[in-house]
Each structure stands twice: as C-alpha cells, then as structure tokens.
Design a protein around this ligand. Structure first.
Ligand code: ASP
Length: 305
C-alpha cells in the first residue's frame, strides 16, 4: 500500500475562534498538499519526493508556520528550520536558522542528496542554497500581518493560551511509496518570540523527524524544547523496534504519556512499514490529513473532525 500523511501543526485555534471561513481555508491548504504528495506516490514517485512536495506546498501557504507565514522571533525576524529523512538508506538532511531560503525543505533535501553532511546552519546553509541554485528571498517575504500581530500580543504579555499565541503551525509529511520505502519531512518557523538563534526539534533528526523502512517514519509538531529532550521521533521508532509493539501503541506511549507528563504539548503523524497511518496528539487539535491506495482520504483538525 502506498500512503501519505501530512500535518499543519498542533495547537490549532481554540474551537470557539475557528470560524467556518477560517476552517475552510485551512482544509483547502491541507488538501492541496495532501493531494499533490499522494499524486507523486500514485505515479510511482519516491516517498522522499512525495513528502518534499507536500511540505513545499504548506511552506508556500501563509496560513501555516513554515516558509511564508512563519512565526516571528523576538526581534521580528523569521528564522527557519527543516529536515528530511530517507528511511531506505537512513540518509538525512537538515538546516537551521535560515533567513532567506524560500523553501527550507528543498535546502534540507539538497543537504541530504548533494553534500556529505547532515546539518547546515545559518550563513553556511544559505551559501549552500545559493550554490545549489535554490530561490532566495528577502526576510520580509516570510512575514504576514497575522504573525506580526501575534508577536505584538506576546510582547505586551498577553495571557491568552500559549497555543493560540505561539500558533504551533509547523508542517510535516510522512509517506510510504510503491517500492515500500518510507520518508519523513518537517519544516517550521519555530515558536513566536523565540530567541534569535533558537533551534527547535524540527531540524533535529530523531526529535522532530525520523524514518527507518523497517519500522516507521515520524514527523512531529509541538513545543520543541520538550520534543528534543524526549527524542520523540526516534523514541517512537525505537519502541516499535525493540518493544515489538504497534506503531499506534508506541506513538501514544510517547505523546500521550511521556511527553504529556512533562508538559510537552503537541503531536505526531507517523506511518508504519506496511503504510498504515497513525496520528497522536495531546493538544486540542492538530491540522492533519491522510490518503492511501486503499481508498482512504481524510482531513481533520480536532479530535472528532
Ligand atoms: N516544533 C516546533 C518548534 O519547536 C514548533 C511547532 O511544532 O509548531 O520549533
């Protein structure tokens, strides 16, 4: 079975503030990414290409916290992190603290496919993007009015719930292709008002992203400081590998128990070696979608819809 799952971040707007128009816009964005990623798999493309395609579309959508529309740092700049992993070869590429690369997931993929390294940061990562011919844009390209307003609220000490203010809207995808290869990709602007130079879980292989053909592929979203300490994505895979438990049980043990007990809000999407999709989140909602060759196609935001 070939299948793909995507997410557009945990910590959605509280239900009371989700108007029908807003909800429709989010669903349309998720569907566009899901369908484009699935189309790659359907015509025999690789899982790496499918997850990169889906994430790129979400990066370009200003509603989500990645690429254009990413959240702002304390200094009102945008700093982007991303990673991708190929579960067939355990190859990975990651970038952090990037200011001008229009599609950070493409740069992460270039690091994986065209450099001997796994992670590049800051100026070195941007030089590499230039050398690879990727599109660079001014930092202002990423900033939207919504994100500027969110930052202003945080800076004046607004006490609304953290998930509303930080708008955890990281994006990610996991997929299994027709050849049985798994891949995962994740991209983010991090958290609103983060300190300049702060790096979250998203570009850290084993925390925000992991893929191993034998067990699973995982992409995470949530409060990165917790996800790094729990090594969420790798912990889920390791529980499947060493514990012989199902991916669903492993994901819930990490997200609903271990992370939740520490106060780490967020969730994951994952796919097992057979292509079954699993989601788990301890936040009120998580923007997500899944599509598989057995005919299932679903987009959801809250627990029940
Ligand atoms: N995990 C991301 C980070 O901490 C944030 C998110 O998922 O929205 O950078």
């Amino acid at each position: 079975m070939h299948s793909i799952a995507i997410h557009g971040g945990a910590g959605t707007l509280p239900r009371a503030e989700m108007t029908p128009d807003r909800e429709a816009a989010y669903r349309t964005g998720l569907e566009a990414a899901l369908d484009a990623g699935y189309a790659v798999l359907d015509r025999g493309g690789s899982s790496v290409h499918a997850v990169a395609t889906a994430v790129r579309i979400l990066e370009d959508d200003p509603l989500f916290n990645a690429g254009r529309g990413a959240v702002l740092t304390h200094e009102a700049t945008v700093e982007l992190d991303a990673s991708i992993m190929d579960g067939e070869h355990l190859a990975a590429g990651a970038i952090a603290g990037v200011w001008h690369v229009r599609n950070p997931i493409e740069l992460a993929r270039a690091v994986m496919e065209h450099s001997p390294h796994v992670m590049l940061i800051g100026a070195g990562a941007e030089e590499f993007a230039l050398a690879r011919g990727l599109t660079l844009v001014p930092n202002d390209y990423f900033k939207t009015e919504t994100r500027k307003a969110q930052l202003r609220r945080v800076l004046v000490g607004d006490t609304r719930p953290a998930n509303e203010l930080s708008a955890l809207g990281t994006v990610g995808a996991v997929a299994r292709d027709r050849a049985g290869n798994l891949a995962a990709a994740t991209s983010t602007g991090g958290m609103t008002a983060k300190r300049y130079g702060r790096v979250g879980d998203t570009p850290i292989v084993g925390a925000g992203t992991y893929a191993d053909n034998k067990y699973c592929a995982v992409s995470a979203t949530g409060h990165g400081e917790y996800f790094i300490r729990v090594a969420v994505a790798h912990d889920i895979c390791a529980r499947v590998a060493y514990g012989g438990i199902s991916l669903a049980a492993a994901a819930d043990a990490v997200v609903m128990d271990r992370l939740a007990k520490m106060g780490g809000e967020g969730g994951i999407i994952a796919i097992d070696a057979a292509g079954q999709v699993v989601t788990s989140f301890n936040s009120e909602g998580m923007f997500r979608g899944a599509c598989s060759s057995d005919g299932k196609r679903e987009v959801a935001i809250y627990r029940d819809r």
